[in-house]
Write a protein that binds this ligand. Structure first.
Ligand code: GDP
Length: 444
């Protein structure tokens, strides 16, 4: 999967890997190649643009961590942005509604709609213990309803009995009534496809939607169709409104364009991935896995992550060593707050400082929420370096100046100083008398 894109990116990164340091020119050179590779991989133009901008913003000026090459650093950044573009979390099918919950499947002919309908039915039954009823609303294609019935028998899920001559709406009504009467949890409505998007199809989808009020409308799209799949998703979303996407044929060696663009263009999550013709070949969408496959460089990503963690730990160790010596000034506090912001909370930083996890509760009590962290850093940054190193200098007139500089009140500065004193005392008590203990370990 995505071989061509991965190969192209590899070539860019190989070149970067051989260079000494990451310059703006390096980043621009890499971006040129990345942009070209993405365009060739059928990624939508505006997606490519925003992707490249994000990578540039992060890569230029980003500190290259020790022990990794600049190329590896760019790989890490590209990987992160890929994951963001793909959607960072995996979203499951949403069944949180009053049963019977209707799920409407839409898409073009041959995308794998009927197959996917049966795969989903099997999964909901086996993994979630749901009573599922499937109904084919495709009255255009001869044998479409029969095809679903055959698959239903195969996965042992009930299908609505076929009544010749009914309209899609009549079938939908019958399906919902049967589900209500017979106590099914979920009704899967497999709609008709066309070879291309046309108005009668969209109108039919809109009518079914307004009748059945489906909780989910899943667009089934063929990953091999690249840019077409993106346009398709856009049209279906604008006209009918979709709640998620299922990308089929991800087992083929298609280019990565569709996966990358669809989420960005529609803002709708890719919920599942079809990876084969068998009824079990349905996977949860994993942004990390897809990003790794697009890059084809999972090893490098892992290496960069490890290196980045090593650097963070190195900084934490330095801080811990200072703390162990009883030195914890306002500059240290400011650095720590910056780290906390960067790592997204105290959980991350505490993990890096062995033993300090015990302080978590005390810090939580200090109520350091995000906006407070920002304010506190602003206050410290309004101080002179001398003041940061020696808080005792902070008498009333200096506090007034700092308060004016940070747009804060003098009381806030007093509160911050008090908090700093408490933290410094606490840290000193950890460091003192326990050589080789808590801080000793952290400083080793
Ligand atoms: P529909 O017209 O959209 O209902 O498409 P079908 O469900 O009839 O599927 C068309 C063909 O694609 C069938 O031969 C399926 O077995 C095949 N197919 C569906 N999903 C996948 C998939 O994820 N991978 C592969 N390789 N084939 C698939």
């Amino acid at each position: 999967m995505f071989e061509s894109l991965s190969d192209k990116l590899s070539a860019v990164f190989d070149r970067l890997t051989r260079r000494g340091s990451l310059t703006e020119a390096d980043v621009n050179e890499a971006l040129k190649e990345i942009r070209r590779a993405l365009l060739e991989a059928d990624v939508a133009l505006d997606v490519v643009r925003s992707f490249a901008d994000k990578v540039r913003d992060r890569a230029v000026g980003a500190g290259v961590v020790k022990s990794v090459s600049p190329g590896q650093m760019v790989v890490k950044i590209v990987n992160d942005v890929l994951i963001e573009t793909l959607g960072e979390t995996t979203e499951a099918i949403d069944l949180a509604a009053k049963p019977p919950v209707a799920i409407m499947m839409v898409g073009l002919q041959g995308a794998g709609k009927t197959t996917t309908t049966a795969k989903i039915a099997k999964r909901l039954k086996e993994r979630h213990g749901k009573g599922v009823l499937m109904a084919s609303l495709d009255v255009k294609r001869p044998a479409a309803q029969e095809q679903l019935a055959v698959l239903g028998r195969q996965v042992e899920v009930d299908t609505l009995p076929i009544v010749a001559g009914q309209t899609p709406i009549q079938i939908a009504r019958r399906a919902m009534e049967a589900a209500r009467l017979e106590g099914y949890d979920v009704v899967l409505l497999d709609t008709a496809g066309r070879t291309h998007i046309d108005e009668p199809l969209m109108q039919e989808m809109a009518d079914i939607k307004s009748y059945a009020s489906p909780h989910e409308i899943l667009l089934v799209a063929d990953a091999l169709t690249g840019q077409d799949a993106v346009n398709l998703a856009k049209s279906f979303d604008e006209r009918v409104g979709i709640t998620g996407i299922v990308l089929t044929r991800m087992d083929g060696d298609g280019r990565g364009g569709a996966a990358l663009s669809m989420r960005h263009v529609t803002g709708k999550p890719i919920k599942l991935i079809g990876a084969g013709e068998k009824m079990d070949a349905l996977d949860e969408f994993s942004p990390q896995r897809i990003a790794n496959r697009i890059l084809g460089m999972g090893d490098i990503v892992a290496l960069v992550e490890k290196a980045a963690a090593a650097i963070d730990a190195e900084e934490a160790r330095k801080a811990a060593a200072r703390i162990a010596k009883g030195k914890f000034d306002l500059q240290d506090l400011c650095d720590q707050l910056a780290q906390v912001e960067k790592l997204g909370g105290f959980g991350g930083i505490m993990g890096l400082l062995p033993g300090v996890a015990k302080m978590k509760d005390q810090i939580a009590k200090a109520n350091l929420d995000e906006s407070l962290i920002k304010r506190q850093r602003a206050i410290i940054l309004s101080m002179t370096p001398q003041e940061r190193r020696n808080p005792d200098l902070l008498k009333a007139s200096r506090k007034k100046r700092i308060a004016a500089g940070a747009g804060a009140k003098v009381e806030e500065i007093n509160k911050l100083l008090k908090q700093h004193r408490q933290m410094a005392d606490l840290m000193k008590s950890f460091g003192a008398g326990k050589r080789g203990g808590l801080m000793g370990k952290a400083a080793q």
